[in-house]
Write a protein that binds this ligand. Structure first.
Ligand code: COI
Length: 356
């Protein structure tokens, strides 16, 4: 069953024509929220099956004050991007990876999840319905934000009796205010993002609220973001508030191994494959904070941040600089290979893109 709300399609109440372009300043997109035309909603009852998904006009949603997501944080989110090609067609990047990651997270958070097919079809429908908000080639992308939440009312601590899957979208440019310029990180050694056995490895909403305090303090001191250490040894790199981290030394690129406390980024996974295809040696392992001292380059990866070069890292008052104020050669190479593929500028030999 198509997730399109057929009457909306038939009556032409949303636009799909490439000539119809939203009137916003496409040259100055950052990563701020811009409301678009449509969102996608699908509900699941106690039976555990999602059905009757539909596009709706983008609007505020109604929730019980007692909803599981509001009271006990029973919620997950995803993030993926759509790029417009020169021919006006749209490319999605590995949406089925987001679908399976949501399923893994849902299992951890005691929630039912949409099937991979439901997820991907819903993403396609939402993007097409908001086509006029997809930035023109070279101007940015349409950020797609799927949410899964316990929307049913609970009072005692328990899984919610009803769940809502929702997708909204927003046109975006660069995530960091630095744009494509290198970012400056500070290593946090007191507050932690995740604990063994906790939920650090899934994209639950609480993981992101938990880093706001350290992130705000870092920003107040002029840093772009925070790099977290493991909470047991306080020695091994974990990730940055919103992205994964990679350390380059010679021809070897190392990144913290996925071990339950680190978010398994889809860009992380893709960059590992891209780097190997470019003859780099990639190691997924414990990466000690000391290794930052003799690294040649450091970069972050994520859907929102793409590949962001790191210009400096400060740890216990000492600052190590990378790239001489510019973008390191390895970061630049991997960024170019990945984004060319995502934007449809090079042949997709990996079969990662989905054209709409
Ligand atoms: C993403 O990169 O898509 C994320 O989910 C990170 C978010 C904090 C912007």
């Amino acid at each position: 069953v198509s997730p399109f709300k057929r009457d909306a399609v038939a009556s032409g109440t949303y636009s799909t024509g490439p000539a119809d372009v939203a009137s916003i300043d496409w040259d100055n997109l950052g990563f701020g929220y811009i409301a678009t035309d449509y969102m996608y909603m699908m509900k699941c009852d106690q039976g555990g099956t999602f059905s009757n998904g539909e596009l709706q006009r983008f609007a505020n949603i109604e929730l019980s004050p007692s909803a599981g997501v509001l009271n006990y944080g029973q919620g997950l989110f995803e993030g993926l991007k759509a790029y417009m090609k020169e021919d006006g067609n749209i490319l999605l990047f590995r949406p089925e990876e987001n679908a399976t990651r949501m399923q893994t997270g849902a299992e951890r958070m005691c929630m039912p999840a949409p099937t991979v097919e439901q997820f991907v079809e819903a993403v396609k429908a939402t993007v097409l319905a908001n086509k006029r908000w997809v930035p023109p080639p070279g101007k940015g992308s349409l950020y797609i934000r799927p949410l899964l939440m316990g929307s049913g009312a609970v009072l005692g601590l328990a899984p919610a009796p009803e769940y809502t899957f929702l997708i909204y979208v927003s046109p975006v440019g660069n995530y960091f205010k630095e744009g494509l310029a290198p970012i400056n990180l500070i290593v946090e050694h007191e507050l932690h993002r995740a604990t063994p056995g906790g939920t650090g490895g899934v994209k639950t909403i609480g993981n992101y609220a938990a880093v706001l305090k350290a992130q705000s303090a870092a920003k107040a001191k002029g840093y772009s973001d925070v790099l977290y250490l493991d909470c047991v040894n306080k020695k091994y790199l974990e990730e940055v508030s919103s992205c994964n981290i990679f350390v380059v030394k010679g021809n070897t690129i190392s990144t913290p191994a996925i071990k339950g406390t680190i978010l398994p980024g889809i860009t992380r996974k893709s960059i590992i494959d891209v780097a190997r295809s470019q003859e780099f040696q990639v190691e997924e392992r414990l990466v000690a904070v000391d290794e930052l001292l003799d690294a040649d380059e450091v970069f972050c990866t994520g859907t929102a941040v793409v590949v962001s070069p790191v210009g400096s890292i400060t740890y216990k008052g000492e600052t190590k600089k990378y790239g001489g104020g510019g973008v390191g050669a390895v970061s630049q190479k991997l960024y170019t290979v990945l984004t060319s593929l995502q934007m449809g500028l090079t042949e997709d030999k990996m079969n990662w893109t989905l054209e709409l």
